[in-house]
Design a protein around this ligand. Structure first.
Ligand code: SF4
Ligand code: SF4
Length: 779
């Protein structure tokens, strides 16, 4: 059967299967799992059927606790039921999870794994939430890629119906949930083949019903509770074989074979890394590279983590293994080691005692932490771990990817080590949150994935400040499958969509020699050179870059798009990179515009189409001078006079260099000094609001709506105006409570994002010139 290849993110892939295989879906949004619920809600509103031809009921509850309660209740009526969550949301589900598992109820929860707030909140990904559910009795299944997340969503649903053990299917928050990748989509027929109707009927037959009354959920006393807990053992003992059976059935139907523990690498490997999730893909890529250089290394990817099958684990390890590193993406302060490490130690120890272990001598086992809260995990770090395993006395309980100068857990590694595939195109795009860069790049990767034979991957880095923060899009595509679940370190193409980033970040840090640099610049090809910082000029010359400029803001203004430059820069990217014939690229971009903006009306579509046409006319190649002429370089992220903590810690974070901050520099209990926002001046806005005293009615609506508290209004004694500069705007306060006092509406331009909400909210329009309000955006 021919299945379509589609370009989707992990959340959408999982949503597709979960929606098709359930009848009740109880949701409550939490990053990074929210889009799964949003997809389900949209399909429910559109009346999309599941594989049985009925539309699942999607209900949003008041919290994740409520969602889990609704799931529990619906399951007890015999409905196939699911939910999606992450982090604290998952913790809120734990009480119901004990009940659902204790009652041997088939269900699959899908979790975009995310850090649990500890010393600080974090919306990013690790396994600390999932690890908190180990004792609930749920089977835990890990996926490492978008394709795996899609496939495993189905395998879990198939297995839970037979096993009667509920499943928690997890994949890394952001790295997999938000990675856009080209995957082979499963058909409804695949889903039907994998779901046994007799097992669905059996699930329904266990429902609480007045037609066949019985009691479930009794209270038990010391005489029976213990024995009753032991009654479930056979189900957990049988579960691994049931999951493997589902994986084999899936392989027969679809062609992709999975194992409970998937080994990749040299058959005679002496050093093996055991891990799960997207990091295992990075390790797989690195192992392929190292095996190519005759290193005896391998990776054991854990798919079914609970119930942990010791025999499947031992059988999957090569007999030759001498040293194992178990890597955990979580931290359990005070424990002997993190969960996977402890499981590996126990499994090997039990295997040696029982004689089941395939090796004569027990391998040395070390454990380490990596990638907490989406910290990058790269092939260089994998190599660092393998190098450590070579040592006679490797460090145990290590960390990789940070500098721990307090308890000295961190391993050294060579950050220059790379396994990037030379045949894969790699592009990095710097944009501004809400300027459309990410949306346009998602469309680009979809176009490339679905209009060419290339494999494609898109990953988007945002920080939690969202609108107005820098976004970095990482796009890969090429003829070979892409396992690179890490950011691009060597780019063929860099686009900077905001000119003012140049003085703040080294956007060319990762560009390869003879790469291409596209800059959204208000300065044309003849004048732009002298406006570039010294380091940028040096890099362009030294690396012999091709350099293009386009005035995206001018094109956007001329075509009525305001500050939305995304389709303009996207068009330039396709023109320069020659991925598709130019006419075809334009056609595809315009189709994507119709799909993305069609619901906003024909005018928006026409404006975007015009911007595409004009973008090409305004794109210019810069003749690169032979010499550096600039006498300025990057700005300091915070003033030199700022307090030490602001300079050393916050300054590094503002400069996007937070990864270099050592453990010793960070507060141990999460307490930070206050009033530090005064040092982060982002200067993002192209246009800022200007107040007009002849029109203002002092309603304060602009102050109220500003999402960044940029506008403040003050009523004050007119005596304070004595030394004010002539340009300082003020008017008489209009309140009877403040007779004779002055009023000023003050904008802080450095904090403004240029969103223009204040202008939209202002009710006072100039009768003589309706385009003028009491507050207006101006350059
Ligand atoms: S444009 Fe207006 S609402 Fe938007 S950030 Fe600036 S001051 Fe605030
Ligand atoms: S919304 Fe307009 S009228 Fe109201 S205070 Fe602001 S500028 Fe003045």
């Amino acid at each position: 059967m021919k299945r379509p290849f589609v370009t989707v993110d992990g959340n959408q892939a999982v949503a597709k299967v979960a929606y098709k295989l359930n009848e009740v879906i109880a949701i409550y949004p939490i990053t990074p799992s929210s889009p799964i619920g949003e997809w389900a809600d949209q399909w429910y509103a559109d009346g999309e059927p599941n594989i049985w031809g009925t539309t699942p009921l999607v209900v949003e509850m008041q919290s994740e606790g409520g969602a889990a309660g609704a799931v529990h209740g619906a399951l007890q009526t015999g409905a196939l039921t699911t939910t999606f969550t992450a982090s604290q949301g998952l913790l809120l589900m734990i009480p119901n999870m004990y009940k659902i598992a204790g009652e041997l109820t088939s269900t699959v929860f899908h979790v975009a794994a995310r850090s649990v707030a500890a010393q600080a909140l974090s919306i990013f990904g690790d396994h600390s939430d999932v690890m908190a559910t180990r004792a609930t009795g749920y089977a835990l299944v890990a996926s490492g890629s978008v394709q795996e997340a899609l496939d495993m969503a189905l395998i879990c649903q198939s297995a839970t119906l037979e096993a009667r053990v509920p499943f928690l299917h997890f994949f890394d928050g952001f790295r997999t949930s938000h990675e856009v990748a080209k995957v082979e989509m499963l058909s409804d027929e695949d889903l039907r083949v994998m779901i046994d109707d007799d097992l669905v009927r059996a699930h329904r037959g266990r429902a609480l019903s007045p037609d066949s009354p019985f009691v479930r959920g009794t209270a038990q006393n010391p005489d029976t509770f213990f024995q009753a807990r032991e009654t479930v053992n056979p189900y957990y003992l049988a579960c691994p074989a049931i999951v493997q059976k589902a994986m084999d059935k899936f392989a027969k139907q679809v062609g992709r074979q999975y194992q409970l523990f998937q080994y990749e690498g040299a058959p005679d490997a002496e050093r093996v890394i055991v891990m799960m999730g997207s990091g295992a893909e990075v390790t797989h890529e690195t192992v392929d590279y190292l095996v190519g250089t005759k290193e005896k290394v391998g990776v054991l990817k854990v798919c079914l983590y609970r119930p942990f099958s010791v025999s499947h684990f031992l059988n999957a390890l090569p007999k030759t293994v001498k040293a194992i590193a178990a890597l955990d993406r979580t931290k359990e302060p005070g424990s002997i080691g993190e969960p996977l490490y402890l499981d590996v130690v126990s499994a090997v120890s039990e295997g040696m005692t029982s004689g089941e272990a395939p090796f004569k001598e027990a391998p040395r086992i070390i454990g380490g932490r990596y990638g907490l809260s989406s910290k990058e995990f790269t092939p260089a770090m994998v190599k660092g771990v393998f190098d450590e395993l070579k040592k006679a006395e490797p460090k145990n309980h290590f960390t990789i990817g940070i500098i721990d100068d307090v308890t000295h857990t961190s391993l050294d590694y060579d950050p220059g080590f790379s396994t990037e595939d030379e045949q894969t195109f790699r592009g990095v795009f710097y944009g501004l949150g809400a300027d459309g860069t990410v949306g346009a790049n998602k469309n680009s990767i979809k176009i490339i994935g679905e209009s060419t034979d290339n494999y494609a991957q898109g990953y988007f880095v945002y920080d939690s400040k969202k609108a107005g923060a820098m976004t970095v899009s990482h796009l890969r595509f090429g003829p070979n499958p892409i396992r690179s679940s890490y950011l691009i370190g060597k780019a063929d193409f860099v686009a900077c969509h905001q000119f003012n980033f140049l003085e703040r970040y080294n956007v060319l840090k990762c560009i390869m020699p003879e790469g291409t640099f596209l800059l959204n610049s208000p300065f044309g090809p003849d004048e732009v050179w002298d406006k570039l910082p010294k380091t940028i000029q040096e890099t362009i010359i030294k690396k012999k870059l091709k350099f293009f400029v386009v005035d995206g803001y001018k094109v956007a203004r001329d075509t009525g798009l305001g500050p939305r430059i995304n389709t303009i820069l996207q068009t330039c990217f396709f023109f320069i990179s020659d991925i598709l014939p130019k006419d075809e690229a334009i056609k595809e971009i315009k189709e994507a515009i119709q799909e993305t903006y069609g619901k906003l009306g024909p005018k928006v579509v026409e404006q975007n189409n015009a911007a595409v046409d004009q973008a090409v006319e305004h794109l210019c190649e810069v003749t690169v001078p032979a010499k550096v002429t600039s006498d300025f370089d990057f700005q300091d992220p915070v003033p030199a006079a700022a307090p030490e903590f602001v300079r050393e810690v916050l300054g590094a974070m503002i400069a996007k260099d937070g990864d270099s901050i050592p453990v010793s520099a960070l507060p141990d209990d999460g307490s930070y000094p206050s009033a530090t926002t005064q040092y982060e001046k982002r200067n993002l806005a192209q246009d800022i609001p200007v107040w007009e005293t002849d029109l203002c009615i002092q309603c304060g609506k602009c102050v109220f709506v500003c999402p960044h508290a940029v506008i403040r209004e003050k009523v004050y004694d007119t005596a304070l105006l004595k030394d004010a500069p002539e340009t300082f705007k003020h008017m008489d306060a209009s309140w009877k409570e403040f007779p004779g006092m002055a009023y000023t509406l003050q904008v802080a331009p450095e904090d403004c994002t240029g969103c223009s909400l204040c202008v939209d909210a202002c009710p006072k329009v100039d009768k003589k010139d309706p385009s003028r309000k009491a507050i207006n955006m101006m350059s």
